[in-house]
Ligand binder design. Structure first.
Ligand SMILES: [Zn+2]
Length: 373
C-alpha cells in the first residue's frame, strides 16, 4: 500500500462536505452594502473566552470596562449591524454576549460577567489581525473580594467610572493605526516583516486521522501548532494560527489567511495514519510543493535531530494548502497515530513540546538563512 496516499487523504478528505458547518449559529453573515461599513461576522468562543469579529472595511474599535454589572463594551464606530439586537447567554462567570446597533453609526458588542465578578482590564487583549479582523481575548473573570457572587445590589456596589481600554494590535503590531483611516486592499504589513502562519490540520467535526486508543490527529496537531506559534512569538517572530481551537476550518480559508497577511512562510501540521493492523509503521514525513523545498529540509532535519522519530523522508505532494499558497509552504506529518511508537509519544505532552521546539527551531533557522541573502 502506498502510504503517501494516506496523507493526501487526511488533507483533502471530506472538506467540502463540512463547508456548511463553518457557519455555526453564532456566526452571522450580512451582505455588504455599497457605502456603510458592515459587520461581516462575529463569534464568541466561551471556552477560550475569545471574541472574533470582522468587518468589510477597516475599523478601529473603542472599548471600555464598565462596572455594575462588570461588562466589556466594544464600540465599532462607523459600522452598521443591519439587524436587531442579538444576545447569547452562558452558564459560568461570563454571563452573556450581545451585539446591537448602539446609534446610527455605531455597532456595540457587550460581554457581561456574572454579578460579583470582574475582569482585569490589563489582561484584556485586542489583536488586529487585519484592520478588518479583530480578536479580543478575555482573562478569566475573578470574584470581587467580599462580594457575593450571586446577588449584587447597586446600593452596595456604587457605579465606578468606566475604564477606557486602548485596543491596538499586540506587539509586533500587524495593524498600523495610521493605516486604518484608509484601509488599503492588502493588510498593512510593512515590507520585511516576517509573518509565519502555522496551520494545525482538521478540527471540529473532522478529527483527521484516528489511531491507537482513539488518538485523534486534530488535537495533537492543535497542541503542537499552538506551541510552535508561542515559541516563535517568544523569539520575536510574528506567528499566526489558522485555528487556535477545535473548530472546523476548510482548506480555502487557511490559504486565504496566509495570502491576506502576506505570510513569509506557511507551515501546516498534520499526523499520519495507516491501517490499525500496521502498528509497526511510524515516522516523520515532510511535504512541500515547489518553493518549499529548503524550508521542508530544514524543519525535517531539526525534528530528526532532537525527537528520535523515524525518518520517512522529505517528499513533494500536490496538497491543496501547498499548491495554493504563494509563499514557501510545507506540510509536516509529525508521526503516525496508528504507529505503536509514534502514538505513544504523540500522546505525551512533553514529546509534543519537543516536537514543537524542533519545528520552531527549523523555521527560525530557515528565516535566518534566507534573511541573509
Ligand atoms: Zn491530516
Amino acid at each position: 500500500m502506498k502510504l503517501g496516499n494516506f496523507s493526501q487523504r487526511c488533507q483533502q478528505l471530506l472538506h467540502p462536505l463540512f463547508y456548511s458547518l463553518l457557519f455555526t449559529p453564532s456566526v452571522l453573515l450580512v451582505a455588504p452594502a455599497a457605502h456603510a461599513t458592515k459587520i461581516e461576522s462575529w463569534r464568541f468562543n466561551i471556552y477560550q473566552s475569545q471574541l472574533e469579529f470582522s468587518t468589510d472595511e477597516g475599523v478601529q474599535p473603542q472599548a471600555q470596562l464598565v462596572t455594575n454589572p462588570t461588562r466589556l463594551v466594544i464600540d465599532l464606530p462607523g459600522v452598521t449591524l443591519g439587524r436587531s439586537t442579538i444576545q447569547e447567554t452562558y452558564n459560568g462567570p461570563i454571563r452573556s454576549m450581545r451585539i446591537a446597533q448602539f446609534d446610527r453609526g455605531t455597532t456595540r458588542l457587550v460581554i457581561e460577567v456574572a454579578p460579583g465578578y470582574t475582569l482585569d482590564p490589563n489582561r484584556i487583549k485586542f489583536r488586529g489581525i487585519t484592520p478588518q479582523q479583530w480578536i479580543v481575548t478575555l482573562p478569566k473573570p475573578i470574584p470581587i473580594p467580599g462580594m457575593s457572587t450571586s446577588v449584587v445590589s447597586p446600593a452596595v456596589n456604587p457605579a465606578v467610572a468606566p475604564i477606557v481600554l486602548q485596543p491596538k494590535a499586540i506587539a509586533p503590531p500587524l495593524v498600523q493605526p495610521r493605516a486604518i483611516a484608509t484601509p488599503p486592499a492588502v493588510p498593512p504589513i510593512p515590507n520585511g516583516r516576517v509573518v509565519v502562519v502555522i496551520d494545525p490540520g482538521h478540527g471540529g467535526p473532522d478529527p483527521g486521522a484516528v489511531g491507537i486508543g482513539g488518538l485523534q490527529e486534530k488535537g495533537i496537531v492543535l497542541d503542537i501548532g499552538a506551541k510552535v506559534a508561542a515559541i516563535l512569538q517568544q523569539r520575536g517572530v510574528y506567528a499566526m494560527l489558522t485555528r487556535a481551537d477545535d473548530r472546523d476550518l476548510d482548506l480555502e480559508p487557511r490559504v486565504q489567511m496566509a495570502e491576506q497577511v502576506n505570510a513569509t512562510v506557511f507551515v501546516s501540521i498534520h499526523a499520519n495514519s495507516i491501517s490499525l493492523d500496521r502498528p509497526e509503521v511510524s515516522g516523520l514525513e515532510t511535504y512541500y510543493f515547489q518553493s518549499g523545498s529548503e524550508l521542508a529540509q530544514t524543519i525535517h532535519q531539526a525534528i530528526l535531530q532532537t525527537t528520535g522519530v523515524m525518518d520517512r523522508g522529505v517528499r513533494t505532494a500536490r496538497f491543496y494548502v501547498l499548491r495554493k499558497t504563494s509563499m514557501p509552504s510545507v506540510l509536516v506529518e509529525v508521526g503516525f497515530v496508528t504507529g505503536q511508537d509514534d502514538a505513544a509519544r504523540l500522546s505525551n505532552p512533553s514529546y509534543r513540546t519537543q516536537m514543537a521546539d524542533a519545528i520552531a527551531r527549523g523555521i527560525l533557522q530557515y528565516l535566518q538563512r534566507t534573511a541573509k541573502r
